[in-house]
Design a protein around this ligand. Structure first.
Ligand SMILES: Cc1cc2nc3c(=O)[nH]c(=O)nc-3n(C[C@H](O)[C@H](O)[C@H](O)COP(=O)(O)O)c2cc1C
Length: 134
């Protein structure tokens, strides 16, 4: 079965309340675990960064829903392609703000998940992550 990965950044639509973001994150984590989707979802200062990986059909269908979700806009795809194996073991959601960044949630923490990506994807994700955790 084909495996697929999509990575994008986007901006929240209206300013989201912290508890709405937490609800979005817990739903995402629950759905993705149930559907064997792995990846990462981050939120920082009004922007989202997400990677979703899994069965190609499941990922493409989910992405259509995500794209049409009016909680965010200005969605920019970093990559959208077939992959050989999952880079992320489980789904991992983190809520990052400039107020609650803990020691472990630095750029290097996320970069360890990218080791197996091809070079161009790695560089793209790395630059975005820098902006996210700065
Ligand atoms: C930034 C962002 C990321 C999202 N990521 C996921 C995700 O990884 N998995 C998921 O099931 N829903 C995600 N959603 C929610 C979907 O857009 C959609 O609301 C959800 O899949 C429920 O759809 P359903 O009720 O038709 O099953 C995300 C929404 C936003 C705004």
């Amino acid at each position: 079965m084909k495996r697929w990965a999509i990575c994008y950044v986007s901006s929240e639509n209206d300013r989201m309340e912290e508890n709405h973001i937490e609800i979005l994150f817990s739903q995402t984590q629950r759905n993705n675990m149930a559907n064997d989707i792995s990846g990462i979802l981050l939120y920082s200062q009004g922007n989202f960064f997400q990677v979703i990986e899994g069965n190609a059909i499941t990922i493409k269908e989910l992405f259509k829903k995500i794209e049409n979700d009016d909680r965010h806009r200005n969605l920019f795809r970093v990559f959208n392609r077939e992959i050989k194996q999952d880079q992320y073991d489980d789904y991992c959601c983190d809520f990052l703000t400039k107020y609650n960044q803990s020691e472990e949630l630095n750029e290097n923490y996320y970069l360890q998940f990218l080791k197996n990506l091809d070079h161009s994807s790695q560089t793209a994700v790395q630059n975005i992550l820098k902006a996210f955790v700065d």
